[in-house]
Design a protein around this ligand. Sequence first.
Ligand SMILES: NC(=O)c1ccc[n+]([C@@H]2O[C@H](COP(=O)([O-])OP(=O)(O)OC[C@H]3O[C@@H](n4cnc5c(N)ncnc54)[C@H](O)[C@@H]3O)[C@@H](O)[C@H]2O)c1
Ligand SMILES: O=P(O)(O)OC[C@H](O)CO
Length: 682
Amino acid sequence: MPTEVEQKTGTTSNNGNVTPLEARTVPSERALTIWRSADAVCFDVDCTITVNDGLDLLAEFMGVKEEVEALTNKAMDGTMSLTRSLEERLNLINCSPDDIRRFIKAYPPQSRLAPGIKELINALQKRGVAVYLISGGFRELLLPIAAHLGIPKDRVFANRMHWQWDDETGMPTKLGSDAKQQQVGFDTSEPTARNQGKPEAIARIRENNPYNTVVMIGDGITDLEAVQTSGGADLFIGSGVVVEREAVVAEAEWYVYDYKALVSALSRYKVAVLGSGAWACAAVRMIAQNTSQDDPEDEFDDDVRMWVHQGGELVDTINSTHENPAYFPGIPLGPNVIATGNLAEAVADADLLVFCAPHQYIRGICKQLMGKVKPGAAAISLTKGMRVTPEGPELISQIVRRTLGVDCSVLMGGNIAEDVGREQLSEAVIGYYNLEHAQRFKKLFRRPYFRVTLLPDPVGAELCGTLKNIVALGVGMVDGMGMGPNSKAAVIRQGLLEMRDFCQALYPSVRDDTFLECCGVGDLVATCIGGRHRRVAEAWTRSAIESAVAGEGNGAGRSWAELEKELLQGQKLQGVLTSNEVQQILRTRGWESKYPLFTTINRIVNGHLPPHLVVDYLEGAKADIAVDVEEDIVPLPRQPASAMARLFGQLVGGIMQQGGAAAGAAASAAAGAAAGAASNSV
Ligand SMILES: NC(=O)c1ccc[n+]([C@@H]2O[C@H](COP(=O)([O-])OP(=O)(O)OC[C@H]3O[C@@H](n4cnc5c(N)ncnc54)[C@H](O)[C@@H]3O)[C@@H](O)[C@H]2O)c1
Ligand SMILES: O=P(O)(O)OC[C@H](O)CO
């Protein structure tokens, strides 16, 4: 086998042929897909044994080596018709059945198998792939090889010798002493007896078997024909394991010097999910359903590894009960989900990486993964959030790409984890740069209840998933004040508008129609109806009002951290952090007034304005609030300033005096006044 250097420089290989510069040893995606989905693989016998289909060796055995070899090469190089070359070779060899028996005894198949061929055929057969031998050689010489490789006789396509029958003994024999008269001939009606015979043999195989995908592997020009004729093979793989032919190297879509390359390309994609929260569990469940499913392509390894941040007991519980009681109780993940607390172990050998942890941890996870990810792996991020650095914003998929050097798509949509776990209809898009990776991920995620479409706007999709969390906080505030659907719809509409403007201001390539997709308006509506951000923001607002009414805690109510812990029980509330991150961008770019809803929500979240102003966001954004940019970029915001809290308390007190249950309506009316007061007092 030539070394990599020899291949690249076009030097002479060990068999005397010149290796072309462009040896196609790296399969195209097309070739890989066909190879992995093959129902039948046909081998030319020449590339399964170290000496040309036995005929050359038989020639040596019969003492006519050089003459026969020359004829073989003429047929292989296409300079002589196959039929003629066979006739002439057979005439020269001129053997009897007894000669063949002696020959096979002298050269048993196991002594001349090509390196790695048995392992390759075993691997194919283990996968349920039908293996054939198709050869321009002779059945009489090939059947022992087929038997040794575990290939049934009826899967051997080759020529058949004709024998003369001895009048005396009734046994097949050769005649007389004159070589010319001893010719036994062969059956020229077999397709393999002529050029174009291999595609014809494959067409026959296809006629008699329901194969969708057939691959031909060989080292000669007649093998290459298998793919150049309609009805023949879907893919030709050139083999340089035994002999390398320039014409074949030049034409083969994929060329191998070692059968190990084919065995390893057969192996299925291994999947690792990084995260074990509710959405990670819903995702791993879908993935595990798909990888364990019997599908014709069978592209994925059944087992799916899931990294569990907590490790320890939770890992053991998941592996023994196949459930994650901490984040996804009552919903089975699947017996083929294998949890591990070891990040490196989770990604070892993984071809497909699914990132699904809260956004604030992704950078740390990636740092730990540097140098541990398989080269050529592809990633997808399900995480909603972004990072803001002094240099500007960085999306989660960008962090993955930058730190690990792998392609990273995103999967976004209105996907409340528990609903997906209950197999209720949900939609998602895969935003992608690399279409082939996106298609593979689509196969990994799509389920009858989970519709996945591809969207060539990865940035738009990811930012939508990030920004909707801010709007959901606003909707939760509206709920917390007891306001109805009209007010929520108004906040949602303005939120969608600001989401679009913000995305396109930062990334002008983001498409308008992305906002009408399930990652845009779909996710926004789902989160604002049933998400945790809405729920926690509602509780936060109610608590603030109650505390103000009771005159306790300076009207501050309970903190976000406290409510996150109590209501989400380990799940993370990313929207508060995202609001601060987005606000830093708005502030540093002087865009706050262009995004009045985002700005007002951020000021409310941080206690600079009362919640009522969420429905009067134009006023909220006008308030002249001095904030320390650096100080604001903290994981959880500080409590309201005491001056603000007092103001908030007075305001709510006034509202409550106006009519108890009607407080919500009154609150919105009072919001304008509050904004003015707030701007004066902070
Ligand atoms: N929950 C949903 O319905 C849903 C739906 C769609 C998208 N998402 C997004 O998916 C991502 C993950 O959400 P989720 O619901 O799976 O999890 P989550 O947001 O509820 O967070 C819990 C997970 O965070 C992990 N965690 C806690 N501390 C950690 C640390 N220091 N380092 C690393 N991991 C840590 C926990 O182990 C647990 O797996 C988020 O970005 C979220 O916005 C969530
Ligand atoms: O529960 P939330 O608010 O984090 O939203 C969950 C998902 O992002 C909805 O698609």
